[in-house]
Every structure is written in C-alpha cells, then in structure tokens.
Ligand binder design. Structure first.
Ligand SMILES: NC(=O)c1ccc[n+]([C@@H]2O[C@H](COP(=O)([O-])OP(=O)(O)OC[C@H]3O[C@@H](n4cnc5c(N)ncnc54)[C@H](O)[C@@H]3O)[C@@H](O)[C@H]2O)c1
Length: 318
C-alpha cells in the first residue's frame, strides 16, 4: 500500500491538529469520511484499506471537493501514515446480507481485525479506537483484548445507531423533531438491544406507550437495518452520522453522554464483555459509565445480551 499524498495547500501541522484515521474505505468508512469532512471534524483524514487502489481513489475523489469546504488534508496510505492520530475508526470487514445476523460475520471479521490490531498497535497506541465493524460489540472486545490498550481507549459505536433509529421512529409517530426525543438503548447492537422504555422523554417530559404499541415500534427498529440492506445492499449514512457524533465528542473533549459499546465489567453484575452502556465520552474515550438504575425487564435484557455476546466468542482465540 503506497502512500498517496493529495496536495492540500495547508502548512505545517499546528498545535491542536486533529488527525483521524479510517481503516476500511468501503460504504461505511467513506460515509464516515465524507461526514467528517463536511462537518469539519478533522484537519487530516488518513484512509487505509487492504485494497490500496480503492483507498487512493476515494482519497482523490474526496479531495476534489476540498475547494468547497474548510482546509482538510486527505490522503490514502499505509499504517505508517496513521502515526500521531487522535482517533482511529475501524470499519473494515465483511458486511451482512439482508437475512444474515451480524454475529454470523464474526469469524471472518475477527481474522481481519486481528491483522488490523497488529498493524495499528505499533503506530496508534495513543489514539482512541472507535470500532464500527460488525458484530461491533464482539469486535470491540477483541480490539481491546488484542491491543492491550486501556479499556477507556477502545469504544464501539454500539447501540448509537439503534438509538437513532428508535428516536427517528418515535419522532415520526409523534410528529416532532427527532432531536427532541431521547430514547436510550443499551445492550447489543442487534437483536439483543435493550430499549429503555422507562427513560423515554419527549422535550424532557416522560413519555409512555401501551406495551403492544411498544412492541410494534421496537420490532420496526430491529428490522430497520435489514430493510435498508434489502433495498440498497448496505447501511451507511445513519452509522456515519453516529460515528461522526462520537468522534466529535472525543476530539472536542465534549463529555457527551451516549450509549456506546464499552467494557461492562463492574456494572449491572456483568462480566468481561463489551456492550452498550450509557457513557460519558471525551478525549480519553469512555471517561466513565453512567450507572443509571434499571427496571427488572431492562436489567434482565442486559444479562441476556451479555450471555449471547460471550457465547459468540467461543472458538475465537482471546
Ligand atoms: N456498527 C454499526 O452500526 C454498523 C453499521 C453498518 C455497517 N457496519 C459494519 O461495517 C463494516 C463495513 O461495512 P461496509 O458496508 O463499509 O462494507 P464494504 O464491503 O463496503 O467495505 C469494507 C472494506 O473493508 C476493507 N477491508 C477488508 N479487509 C481489510 C483489511 N484486512 N484491512 C483493511 N481493510 C480491509 C475492504 O477492502 C472494503 O473496502 C461491516 O462489518 C458492516 O457490518 C456496522
């Protein structure tokens, strides 16, 4: 993978320079790159892919839009170019088909992740690693385990997307802006996600829905990813906006509270497993977990998610 430096018209790297590396320049990786470019999230984006030509083409394509935005350095390259990044976003790996579960990707994507972790370790030990590749909770766990990084520094996008899908649907149902709805989701990114119905608020006011209505709506959230994949082959924009939000919290040291996949040990009687809990995100990554009280249904939902995620690891070498 040869480095390709796109002319950028920027001078020397200044203090506070924000460098983000994206590993995997497929649909998700490039949607993340475009979102971050448009939102001026970074000063420098480095794109890495096993297919070096693809990464180079993507970097060139993105660079052609630079005259319309703020200065940005975009380049494709190898892992050596990742040195000095504050954030690494891992989106490399196979994606699922419409009728496939995320967990079915594990064996293949774990092998890809192992290779990536080995390469990143040498150059990005100071960065926060944001894992997006599926199954994201198990991949985040192995990124943490194999890298030996402190747990704060390895964070998965987790149920950020599930939460966004749920909030979008609730907002449509109520005829209000999606940003006015707060509806946290914990647990697995997938079938064992745990919607916190007891915590739903609209404009800050608690909001309730009859159980059959809850089930109907949550069923739609669970099928949302498949609905998109069936129609266009992959999901990319929703996750990209979620990742941009998460990366923004890291680079801006924002202390934003959001559900992300993190080491859950020590919370809600959970063991050594990565799944989504409400966390405060800042420059360190996961700065702390917000240990909110859960009702019985939510608590047992988390236990089930943890069991499924721990079982999925069987056969993969820790
Ligand atoms: N966490 C989430 O909410 C979420 C949402 C959507 C997609 N995803 C996941 O993101 C991943 C990527 O999805 P996509 O649609 O972009 O797939 P894609 O096929 O479009 O892109 C994957 C990219 O990974 C690259 N790649 C493969 N092996 C590599 C390696 N060893 N090193 C570097 N690059 C490598 C491929 O060349 C390809 O460019 C999938 O696992 C998908 O399931 C996660």
């Amino acid at each position: 993978m040869g480095g390709l430096l796109i002319p950028h018209g920027l001078g020397a790297v200044s203090q506070g320079w924000r460098k983000v590396v994206i590993v995997g320049t497929g649909q998700v990786g490039m949607a993340c790159a475009l979102t971050m470019a448009v939102r001026q999230r970074a000063d420098e984006l480095v794109l890495i892919d096993a297919d070096g030509q693809r990464a180079a083409g993507e970097a060139l394509d993105l660079s052609h839009g630079l005259p319309f935005g703020e200065p940005l350095r975009v380049r494709a390259g190898g892992y050596a170019e990742a040195a000095g990044a504050q954030v690494v976003v891992i989106t490399a790996g196979a994606r699922r088909g419409a009728d496939e579960s995320r967990l079915a990707l594990l064996k293949k994507n774990a092998a890809i992740l192992r290779e990536i972790v080995g390469a990143l370790q040498a150059v990005c030990g100071e960065a926060v690693w944001v894992v997006v590749s599926n199954p994201v909770d198990v991949m985040s766990y192995y990124a943490w385990k194999w890298s030996g990084l402190p747990k704060e520094k390895v964070v998965g996008s987790g149920t950020l997307l599930d939460m966004a899908r749920w909030q979008t649907l609730l907002a449509q149902e109520l005829g209000v802006a999606a940003s006015s709805v707060h509806a946290p989701v914990l647990g697995e990114h997938g079938d064992k996600a745990v919607p916190l119905w007891s915590r739903v608020t609209v404009g800050g006011a608690p909001w309730e829905m009859p159980i059959p209505e809850q089930e109907r709506l949550w069923g739609q959230v669970l099928r949302a990813g498949q609905e998109v994949i069936r129609r266009k082959g992959s999901t990319s924009y929703g996750i990209a906006l979620a990742v941009d939000y998460l990366v923004g919290a890291i680079l801006g040291h924002q202390e934003r509270v959001m559900p992300v996949s993190c080491l859950a040990q020590g919370y809600y009687d959970l063991g050594e497993v990565y799944l989504s809990l409400l966390a405060v995100v800042n420059r360190q990554g996961v700065s702390r977990v917000v240990n909110i009280p859960l009702n019985d249904r939510e608590y047992s939902g988390l236990q089930t998610a943890a069991q499924v995620l721990q079982q999925a690891r069987i056969g993969i070498e820790a």
